[in-house]
Design a protein around this ligand. Structure first.
Ligand SMILES: Cc1cc2nc3c(=O)[nH]c(=O)nc-3n(C[C@H](O)[C@H](O)[C@H](O)COP(=O)(O)OP(=O)(O)OC[C@H]3O[C@@H](n4cnc5c(N)ncnc54)[C@H](O)[C@@H]3O)c2cc1C
Length: 380
């Protein structure tokens, strides 16, 4: 495969780096402390087209490829990964699912406002008792003629506090397991929808994470996405986009942690020499840089396969598994190279270390990725 990025993609990535360095990085620590996503930053991103990166131009988006968006996401996550998740969930999951499975009316109704950043998306699969085992979810929607009546609880909903469009997976046929799951577009102002308190997290603190509950919420029939019972297949296919997104979040965090470690290793003097003069530190840097490159290659392969319309289920899971574990390795080594200073908040590696952890959990844990990859290998 040709991994060369186009001139346009490189330019967009460079612009994103400038935005990240000027606007995001200087306030990343403050956003982490406060646990907030500033509204004006979302507006700035919307003006640059980042809220509808892969949405077709006819629906108000930039109409760019997933590969192009991933380059931008990496830069944003290198500065403030918690902010990057907001973009990732909105674009790679919510806009993507409507773009791929929505009717013409649904696309016209939702995509332009989403691409303009006026309506942010949230993606709701996980429940208190249904995580990896998605097919066991218990939120249910009953056909009432003109509408579905939705009841249940979703947890860990990213963007939950300010999202205006919720993509909700619910059982329409409770006895049919995964084949009984359907997907709905639920408006935030629907009566009976309650947004819970913010979760207090270890990392990615400026990203908003909430519980949502649905009590007799009336969802109009025209808000069913795709066919009744098609939700599980849809979730699996969209997860590929999400997993490629998490791969690039991880690469962004790892690259930022590596850059800090490299810089620090040249500055910190012990035994009369910069610590970079010691082979133990040099080998750490070599391992970190090699793993980042390997992750980036895996992740671009998956993104480019997706853009080419080719199957990328195994490749997306391989990339997500490798990149998230790589980011944890690199961030941990970056702390080690900083010694005690790496453990205190004055140095950003402390934040990268905390932010990296969740990449092995969401959009399917590392164990779930290994299940996907091994099943695919054994099927051959
Ligand atoms: C910050 C954050 C943001 C999130 N955002 C969203 C969001 O926007 N929308 C959303 O729907 N969800 C979201 N999630 C939820 C996330 O996707 C789930 O946490 C994840 O899928 C794992 O589910 P679980 O937490 O219930 O773990 P469980 O499924 O209970 O797993 C617990 C452990 O058991 C392992 N395990 C489970 N089954 C098996 C098996 N068959 N074989 C081997 N090991 C297994 C897991 O790998 C894990 O180690 C978010 C989570 C976090 C932390």
């Amino acid at each position: 495969m040709d991994f060369k990025l186009s001139e346009e993609d490189l330019e967009l990535k460079q612009m994103a780096r400038e935005l990240a360095e000027k606007r995001l990085y200087p306030i990343a620590e403050e956003m982490d402390e406060k646990g907030e996503t500033p509204e004006e930053l979302i507006k700035e991103c919307a003006e640059l087209g980042y809220m509808g990166f892969t949405v077709p131009e006819e629906y108000g988006g930039l109409g760019m490829s997933a590969t192009s968006f991933m380059g931008v996401l990496e830069e944003i996550c290198a500065a403030a990964a918690g902010f990057g998740i907001m973009l990732s969930v909105h674009n790679s999951l919510c806009c993507e699912i409507i773009k791929l499975y929505g009717t013409e009316d649904q696309k016209k109704k939702y995509l332009p406002e989403m691409a303009a950043g006026e309506k942010i998306g949230a993606y709701c699969i996980t429940e208190p008792d249904a995580g990896t085992d998605v097919a066991s979810l218990s939120t249910h929607a009953v056909d009432k003629g003109d509408y579905y009546e939705l009841n249940g609880t979703k947890t860990y909903v990213t963007n939950g506090a300010f999202a205006k469009v919720f993509i909700v997976f619910a059982k329409t046929d409770p006895d049919a397991g995964g084949r009984g799951i359907s997907t709905f577009i639920v408006d935030a102002d629907s009566e009976g929808l309650t947004v819970g308190k913010a979760e207090r997290k270890c990392g990615m603190k400026c990203s908003d994470t909430r519980e949502l509950s649905f009590s007799d919420v009336k969802v109009p029939k025209e808000n069913l996405l795709g066919e009744p019972g098609g939700g599980f297949k849809m979730a699996v296919s969209i997860l590929n986009s999400g997993r490629i997104g998490v791969s690039f979040q991880s690469i962004g965090i790892a690259q930022a942690a590596f850059n800090e470690a490299l810089k620090y290793s040249k500055e910190r003097v012990q035994f009369g020499k910069p610590i970079a003069a010691f082979q133990a530190i040099q080998f750490k840097l070599a391992d970190m840089a090699t793993k980042i490159d390997a992750g980036r290659l895996l992740a671009y392969r998956a993104a480019m396969l997706k853009d080419a319309g080719e199957p990328c289920h195994r490749e997306a899971s391989m990339a997500k598994m490798f990149c998230s574990e790589m980011a944890n390795f690199v961030a941990n080594e970056a702390v080690q190279i900083h010694g005690g200073y790496g453990y205190i908040k004055e140095y950003p590696v402390e934040r990268y270390f905390r932010d990296a952890r969740v990449t092995m959990l969401y959009e399917g844990t590392s164990e779930a990725q290994r299940m996907v990859v091994s099943r695919d290998l054994l099927r051959e």
